[in-house]
Design a protein around this ligand. Structure first.
Ligand code: NCD
Length: 316
């Protein structure tokens, strides 16, 4: 079992065997989380600070729960996006927190690259909980765990990622992870919501949803990230739903045992039909939430092992 990272800033630096190590350990935490007594002492004595400069429900809650179940001292700082002025303020905040000797820093930030920058300034382990449209590694890992448990494997699957790819860090991290594990990835959505340089991603691109979903094993839906759009990307939500909203009719072109995923928060009736999202025979959306806690426990466990293996750095 090898995991050589000091931080988890993205999927990009991970090797396939490190991804497997993380998922194998996550499976153990799924079992622990299903027991009445869920506590472990893995992180006892360590301090975890969650800094969310952007709204979050699932991610923040699951990091908090993960830390508490493993015995860390967990502090949540809620930083409103409006109160930050990029660069200097972020670094100042980081330095202030660093002086309090945290061991694990979980950071979500609206700017791509902000979490990497912060990691260079502190001497604890930093976990990226989503930075702009760049990466959201724990989301991709929990999606991978959900797929592996539902399909029994995480390679040679045909996976469609649909909707607002251009603004999505979830899509970017998933494309990287699923690509590293040798799956076939199809990106489905209007040309206006496809990122520039899409050809370099090594994925097939479809504008027609029925075509794009043909015989896939997994359908991964994305939220329309309106907060990252400055107008003009889609004609109207109604029109978007008509062409790209997942309903049973469009899903019929996927394999009969295809699973439906969504990272949340969902816009029912915009990117997905509400009844289909709740259909426990097709949708694994609730499993994704469950896997989220386990994956975050595994990530913090492995980073803490690496932290403990290093001599404690003295601050300058
Ligand atoms: C995603 C995010 O914040 O990147 N949500 C999440 O973490 N579950 C996706 C989204 O906001 O649409």
């Amino acid at each position: 079992m090898r995991f050589d990272q000091r931080h988890l800033l993205g999927i990009e630096p991970l090797r396939p065997d490190e991804i497997t190590t993380l998922l194998d350990l996550s499976d153990k935490y799924v079992t622990l989380n299903r027991q009445r007594d869920k506590r472990s002492t893995t992180l006892s004595g360590l301090t975890q600070i969650n800094m969310f400069f952007e709204n979050s429900t699932r991610t923040q809650a699951s990091f908090e729960l993960a830390g508490k179940r493993m015995g860390a001292d967990v502090m949540n700082m809620s930083m409103q996006a409006s109160s930050i002025k990029k660069g200097e303020t972020l670094i100042d905040t980081a330095m202030t927190l660093n002086a309090m000797h945290p061991d694990l820093l979980v950071v979500r930030h609206p700017h791509s690259g902000a979490v990497d920058l912060l990691a260079q300034k502190v001497n604890c382990a930093v976990i990226n909980a989503g930075d702009g449209r760049h990466e959201h590694p724990t989301q991709a890992l929990l999606d991978a765990l959900t797929i592996r448990r539902a399909k029994g494997r995480l390679h040679r699957l045909s996976i469609a990622i649909c909707g607002d790819i251009a603004h999505s860090r979830v899509a970017r991290s998933n494309i990287m992870l699923l690509g590293k594990m040798e799956n076939r990835i199809r990106l489905v959505g209007p040309a206006t919501l496809m990122p520039a340089g899409i050809a370099d991603f090594g994925c097939e691109v479809f504008e027609d949803m029925t075509e794009g979903l043909r015989d896939v094993d997994v359908v991964m839906m994305l939220r329309l990230q309106k907060e990252r759009m400055d107008g003009g990307f889609i004609p109207s939500e109604r029109e978007y739903y008509h062409r790209y909203g997942l309903d049973t009719e469009k899903l019929a072109s996927a394999r009969p045992d295809a699973i439906v995923m969504h990272p949340g928060p969902m816009n029912r009736g915009v990117e997905i039909d509400g009844t289909l999202a709740d259909d426990i025979n097709r949708s694994v959306i609730q499993e994704q939430v469950e896997m989220g806690v386990a994956v975050r426990m595994a990530v913090m466990d492995l980073l803490a092992r690496n932290l403990r293996a290093r001599p404690k750095e003295v601050m300058a």
